[in-house]
Design a protein around this ligand. Structure first.
Ligand code: UD1
Length: 417
């Protein structure tokens, strides 16, 4: 199994560009089945999760062609309704195909996705909303059999602004009869990107980015070309890289508006940030300050997908920081690994108390999940001595060639077997 070997201590300096957001690509690729049309999607990162979605689309009968960072999907040839179980197990977010397949074929069979590395990932909100819209969903031996005579628009009040549930409802509603309203919808930028893609293809979606989204069902779609927004979590991770190594990194192709909560918290640590149109410059301070409270929340709050990286940073800040993870209940597996590197972190349920130490020391650690693995990589860059990170396939689910990007910024990091 592949590993990262990192010799810490280098300040990371230089310029790099941010590719498209994984969490935008996945729902948009799922949406390509709806229109019985051709979609050309640009700025796609090269990641295993994207590959899995491509494999699913091919298994459904779509023609999928990838050239560099562009994927073309022709969904006119779609002729299957069963999503292969092994692919759903490998990527939980394939559940968004429920909405898009019900929209297109009125029928879909998909494996119940179950939990994942960051804790239980229920889909009760997805199922409740789709049933409300007229889908019959039977659960049997871990399979979900979903069918409908025709989806009907509905007024849906979400109990929680779930990103996946909001996307699933939008995808189901674009061909439903009437006008669907989602209240307490997720407001993440990736939902706006999905709206923009859908509307270019002829759908009528409005309000994405606010907590009330309205979808008017339509019958026909046209061919569409769409460019994915930059990945705000990859950008945030590289911002923390600069902060944790006392470096100077310029990030190009970012949307500064999507990074405001990350910028605010990094500034509290003493990190200097200059933002200008689509570019951001991040200069790490000589000495990092602790943060009184870092609470993860749905957008525009601080993203749960940046919590682990911030924990790595705060573990070498002067003083005590409190982190409260309100989005996923079991998202602290990286804390134990950081402790192996000398961090002083105590977990009390959803709260982590991080007492900053003078320095971290290299150790053999394991990436337990995607963002936790990224956090260990950053910790390794700032540590004294060598760090070996195993199970880096988790990291590669969300970061394309992270080790090469870091090498180009001056890091001593190698990928080995
Ligand atoms: C998406 C992102 C993920 C990010 C998360 C929160 C993708 C592919 N993934 O995941 O990177 O960490 O948003 O920003 O976009 N919940 C329920 N019932 C449901 C659905 C969700 O209780 O039916 C709960 C979850 O257990 C979790 C919370 O709601 O505690 C947030 O989940 P959700 O917003 O749905 O996250 P995902 O869409 O799975």
């Amino acid at each position: 199994m592949e590993k990262y070997i990192i010799n810490g201590g280098n300040k990371l300096v230089g310029e790099t560009s941010v590719l498209g957001a994984k969490n935008s690509v996945l729902p948009i690729l799922a949406a390509t089945v709806i229109g019985n049309n051709r979609s050309t999607i640009l700025n796609i990162p090269n990641l295993r999760d994207v590959e899995i979605m491509e494999e699913i689309l091919i298994s459904l009968g779509c023609i999928v062609e990838r050239v560099g960072n562009t994927i073309m999907v022709d969904s006119r040839t779609l002729n299957q309704i069963v999503i292969p179980e092994d692919l759903v197990r490998e990527m939980r977010s394939s559940i968004i195909l429920m909405g898009s397949m019900l929209s297109r074929t009125k029928e879909v069979v998909i494996t119940y996705p179950g939990g994942c590395e960051i804790g239980p990932r229920p889909i009760d909100l997805h199922l409740k909303a789709l049933r409300h819209m007229g889908a019959e969903i039977e659960e049997s031996y871990g399979q979900l059999y979903c069918r409908t005579e025709g989806l009907m628009a509905a007024d849906i009040q979400l109990d929680y602004p779930s990103v996946g549930a909001t996307e699933n409802i939008i995808l189901a509603a674009v061909t439903a009869k009437g006008v669907t309203v989602i209240r307490n919808a997720a407001r993440e930028p990736e939902i706006i990107d999905l709206q923009n893609y859908l509307n270019k293809s002829g759908a009528r979606v409005s309000g994405a980015g606010t907590s009330v989204i309205t979808i008017e069902g339509v019958k026909t779609f046209k061919d569409v070309t769409h460019t994915i927004i930059p990945d705000r979590i990859v950008a945030g991770t590289l911002m923390v890289t600069s902060a944790i190594t006392g470096g100077d990194i310029i990030l190009k192709n970012v949307i500064v508006d999507h990074l405001l909560s990350i910028i605010a918290k990094l500034r509290e640590t003493g990190t200097q940030i200059y933002a200008n149109e689509n570019t951001i410059k991040v200069s790490g301070p000589k000495k990092l300050n602790s943060i009184e409270m870092l609470q993860t929340l749905p957008y525009p709050g601080f993203p749960t997908d940046m919590q682990a990286q911030m924990m790595a940073l705060l573990s070498i800040a002067g003083g005590t920081s409190i982190i409260c993870e309100t989005v996923f209940e079991n998202r602290y597996k990286h804390a134990e690994e950081l402790t192996r590197m000398g961090a002083n972190i105590k977990i009390f349920g959803r709260v982590a108390v991080v007492n900053g130490v003078k320095e971290l020391t290299g150790a053999k650690v394991t990436a337990k999940d995607l963002r936790g693995g990224a956090a260990l990589t950053l910790a390794g860059l700032a540590s004294k001595g060598a760090t070996e990170i195993s199970q880096i396939f988790h990291i590669e689910r969300g970061y394309e060639n992270l080790h090469i990007i870091l090498q180009n910024l001056g890091a001593d990091i190698e990928k080995t077997n």
